[in-house]
Write a protein that binds this ligand. Sequence first.
Ligand code: XMP
Length: 517
Amino acid sequence: RLLIIDFGSQVTQLIARRLRELNVYCEIHPYQNVTDTFLADFAPKAVILSGGPDSVTRDGSPRAPESLFTFGVPVLGICYGQQVMMQQLGGKVEGGKISGGGGTAEFGRAFVTPENTLGLLDGWFADGKEQVWMSHGDHVSALAPGFEVYGTSPNAPYAITADTSRNFYAVQFHPEVHHTPNGAKLYENFVKLAGFSGDWTMDAYREQAIEAIRAQVGDKKVICGLSGGVDSSVAAVLIHEAIGDQLTCVFVDHGLLRKGESDEVVAMFRDNYNMQFIHAEEQELFLGELDGQDDPETKRKIIGRLFIDVFQKYAGEIEGAEFLAQGTLYPDVIESVSFSGGPSVTIKSHHNVGGLPEKMGLKLVEPLRELFKDEVRALGRELGLPSSFIGRHPFPGPGLAIRCPGEITRAKLDILREADAVYIDQIRKHGLYDEIWQAFVAILPVRTVGVMGDGRTYDFACALRAVNSVDGMTADYYPFSHEFLGETATRIINEVPGINRVTYDITSKPPGTIEWE
Ligand code: XMP
């Protein structure tokens, strides 16, 4: 196994992700915990030193354990990790900006050119240079004995260095981020030269996660809020496999779900998996409080508050529960922290159950915290969840409330559910569901005149939405054919009473958002 010593970089998890993609098992441990004893017990086959915000020139700043450098395994230092290696091995690091020659603080894209050939760089420099992402204040000003330069950039004369006799490698940039397009290759070369065969899989992750859940929870009880979405579903099935009936799932039905959705969730988890399961049927409560509300943020706040109340009420009935399970993913953990560390404004207050664990005195179980969405899907497949669940488009916590701009009424919600079902059916029939990141119908707060047969109609208009996206942060509208759009509009108008006009939303994000509210 491979050990990643974490010096606090915001992107350390991305290193782990790159290694999982190479089917290499790794663990991240904060530098404070990695003592000489820890290292000896862990017995890694290779070690990666992450980046970090501190400066090695500061007294008391983080270090690697001294024994690492006599341990006899390959070491790769990244950014702060590079500087730690140089400092501890007898080189020199200087802080801040300096003028002329040496090196300067550097943030952003840079191009590295080769100085020498190196196994770590196999497949690099096909075009004579490689784009990399730099993010550092300090820089190495003198190499440690034994090290040589293998790549330079205009601002980083020691961009890639190595002591090949000891298998020590140190790079100034971040190969784990997408802004270093060929970075994955560097990790591939590193694990190859460290002797990893790449035989570690999601199946192994599952076993390890199950052990970790058992160790954390012991014989205590766990509550899990189930939404029917991929993340909470995979978390619930994984935890259920680990601790069986010590887990109780609470499914809050707020009356804002899609057609047939609540039956599917109940059938899947209560009947199929035979889980301890509470179906909190609170449609009246939610729809009652939402009645007449038309402001998007007010809707979200009401739903968020009621969700917590309801969850608390049902969870309170489960005696001896000490843990709350959440399907938190790694992007949720970093979402609010942009890569540059800059401030970000709240566009929409995404509803979640934040604050709930403290209020209820519960500890968190978050078995997906290290994973990305596609890895969660792979784990779900490994756990045998049906592909219809795993491949589902994302669905927002406030549900149909934010797809019903303007006042929410039960009548409008019913119409919306029917229209959405026809639209999704069309998408599936045309084999497009898996090609689209998210698709749904929004019912518009406007009625329009139409003519059907010999009669006049005065019904609602709706908008179809379909987008492609990687992470929901940006999105492009999906380029349906006119035939598809025409056929779908005809079906919706014929099959859904209450709608007589269909539009297609061709706004990308930005400047639009995916949802209408
Ligand atoms: P927007 O509309 O912000 O959506 O472009 C990006 C992604 O987030 C989902 N979304 C939400 N999810 N609570 C959620 O849990 C919310 O309040 C919320 N608002 C938007 C949206 O469906 C899309 O996948």
